[in-house]
Write a protein that binds this ligand. Sequence first.
Ligand code: UDP
Length: 330
Amino acid sequence: MAGDRVNVLVTGGAGYVGAHACKALAEAGFQPVVYDDFSRGHRDFVRWGPAIEGDVRNAEALETAIRTHSAQAILHFAAKAEVAESLQAPALYFDVNIGGAVAIVQAAAATDVRSLIFSSTCAVYGAPGVSPIPESAPRQPINPYGFSKLAAERLFQDAESAHGLRTIALRYFNAAGAEPEATIGERHSPETHLIPLAIRAAMPGDFTLQIFGEDYPTPDGTPLRDYVHVADLAAAHVLALRRLLGGGGSAAFNLGVGRGYSVKEIVAAAASVAGRPARARSAPRRAGDPPELVADASAVKAALGWRPAHADILDIVGDAYRWAMREAAA
Ligand code: UDP
C-alpha cells in the first residue's frame, strides 16, 4: 500500500460507525482497508481505501486480507447490532458476533497483528441500576446482543495471554448523528433506531413514531440513553489505535457524553431541528430495553484525552437531520 501509511484492516468498514472510523483514520494518516460482507454495509460508504468482500467468521479470508495489505492493526466493527433482533435470533448473534471474534483472534495469531480495537457496547452492562455507569460496573447483559459482545471481550482478553494480542474495547453508548458534511450517515434497513425514526416522524409523510413504554422509572416515564456523536466515536478509535501502536496496553473504555436524554426529549429535539411537530404515539415496552444507560466516560478522558466535540443533543440530532434530508433527496 501507498507510502509510509500504516494499513489498518477495518471489519464492517462499510457500516455506520465503521465508515466514520475509516474517514477519521484517513484524516489521521492511516490507510483503512475495509473488510465487509456488504449484507448491511454500503458500497458507497467505502471512500477512503480499498474494500474486500468477505465474511467476518472466515479466519482464512481475514488472514489473507491482513497479509495482502500488510495490515498492522485491526478495527473490528463487523457484527449484528440490534437488541430486538438478537432476542428473535439469538443463535445468529452468537454465530456472527462470537464466531467473528474467534476468526479475528485466529487471523491475528497467524499474522503479525497484535493491536485490535473492538467495537463493544454498553449492552454488556445489562440494566446495572447505577448511573452514570463506570467500566467497573458488573457486566450482566440482559439480551443476546450484549452477551455476544461480552463474550467477544472475554475472548480478546484471553488472546492477550495466549498470543500477545492487545485489545482496546470501546463500549459505545448510543451512536448517533452523522459526519457534519452529511456524506455518510445512518442507513439501516429496516431502521429501528430512535433518532432517525424521530426525524422521519417530523418529515412530511405519514410515519408515526411508536414510543416504546411510558411507564419506566424515569422523570417522564421514557427510557434515558446517552447519545454520542458518531464522529466522536470515530475519533476515539484513532486515539485508541495510536495508544496500541505506541505500545500501550489493553483496556476497556466507555464512550458516551455522560448525559441521558429521554425518548420524549429526543422526539422534541427532532421536531426542533426539523421545525415541524413529530408524529408520535404510545406503544408497549420493547423487550430487552433497560430504563437508563448513561456513561461515566472519565476513564477514556484520562487515558486517551478523548473529549466529545459534539456533545449538544441538538448538534447530534441536527447532523442526523441533514443526513436524512440528503438521503431523502437522493
Ligand atoms: N425507541 C422508541 N421507539 C422506536 C425506537 C426506539 O421508543 O421506534 C426507544 C427504545 O425503546 C429505547 C430508545 O428509544 O428506549 C433508544 O433505542 P434505540 O433502538 O435507538 O437504541 P438502543 O438503546 O436500543 O441501542
